[in-house]
Design a protein around this ligand. Structure first.
Ligand SMILES: [Zn+2]
Length: 312
């Protein structure tokens, strides 16, 4: 083969390569520009609107409120959300559960590493709440306990936690000098807000724990049905809310949603949080009452929050 032919051969191989490179860079460039309009750019309102597309439409008031909230993007915000909560929290399963991972603002405690799967909505809610608290109180890290097993179902010691909609969250704590600490264990607290474990004394951090309640109860698309904790802890949270002149709507939600369970563990060492079924999981996902007025359940039972105040 002559050298000219070889050259032509090289050129003919080069042409498609150059075409491919040009096409790739065009795709990359268009991706870059498209990203500028997507919610990853730091605009919280756009980001939330994008996120909300697969759930429900937030109202203008929601968007306005969200636009004032500083937020960081969580890893799971970039993923599709195929999770399905099947059945009831105490008789159910989880399909395509999302795993919650440690990040700068939250730690999954040792002992809950195999039970850290929830619906996408629950995992995002926890990440969102942890980030909000850490924004207001820098260097805070939320302690995350059990959610559900990868496929859901029963596991000891819980009756619920079966369908990816329950999570146990540790308290934000202070040490005996009232300095915030991040020890990722569940410490039982007495009615005076004092906890003891392994020789150390802890105080209940009302400010950070109330901030956690505010974040959980103000999420624009995921509604909380229950936050189980002792009555004395609830009182401390509401006192903190009054001290901070909390938003009246939030305070009303807190009074109803936070409660000490009538049966079973009083929850001295953690919050047990349960979310309602998400719209895209119904009707395979089942809720029992109570249903609150602020929780939209199209085509289902009427809201009864006015009839069932839960101010215990
Ligand atoms: Zn629990």
């Amino acid at each position: 083969m002559g050298s000219r032919e070889m050259k032509r051969g090289k050129q003919s191989r080069l042409v498609p390569l150059i075409c491919a490179l040009t096409a790739m860079s065009l795709v990359w460039l268009s991706g870059t520009f498209a990203l500028a309009e997507l919610p990853m750019t730091g605009d919280p309102a756009l980001r939330e609107a994008y996120h909300a597309e697969t759930h429900a439409e937030p109202s203008d008031a929601d968007l306005e409120r969200i636009s004032r909230m500083p937020r960081r993007i969580a890893p799971s915000d970039l993923e599709p959300n195929p999770s399905v909560s099947v059945g009831y929290p105490n008789r159910g399963l989880l399909r395509f559960g999302v795993r919650i991972n440690d990040d700068k603002d939250l730690t999954v405690k040792v002992g809950s590493l195999n039970t850290r799967y929830g619906t996408g909505e629950l995992v995002r809610l926890i990440e969102y709440a942890a980030h909000e608290v850490a924004f207001r109180y820098p260097r805070s890290r939320l302690t995350v306990g059990d959610l559900s097993r990868a496929g859901g179902g029963r596991f000891v010691p819980h009756k619920s936690h079966q369908s990816g909609r329950d999570v146990d969250l540790g308290f934000y704590m202070l040490d005996r000098k009232s300095t915030p600490v991040n020890n990722h264990v569940f410490v039982p607290f007495n009615s005076k807000g004092i906890g003891r474990q392994w020789g150390a004394i802890y105080k209940f951090d009302a400010a950070r724990n109330w901030a956690l309640m505010e974040s959980l109860l103000s999420h624009p698309t995921t509604d909380i049905q229950h936050i189980f904790v002792t009555n004395s802890t609830k009182r401390k949270l509401l006192q903190q809310a009054l001290k901070e002149r909390a938003n009246p709507e939030l305070l009303m939600r807190a009074k109803r949603v936070i409660s000490q369970p009538r049966r079973g563990a009083p929850h001295r060492s953690h919050f047990h949080v349960r979310v309602y079924c998400s719209d895209d999981d119904r009707p395979i996902c089942k809720d029992r009452p109570p249903f609150y007025a602020w929780h939209d359940r199209p085509t289902e039972a009427p809201a009864v929050s006015a009839l069932l105040p839960n101010d215990s």
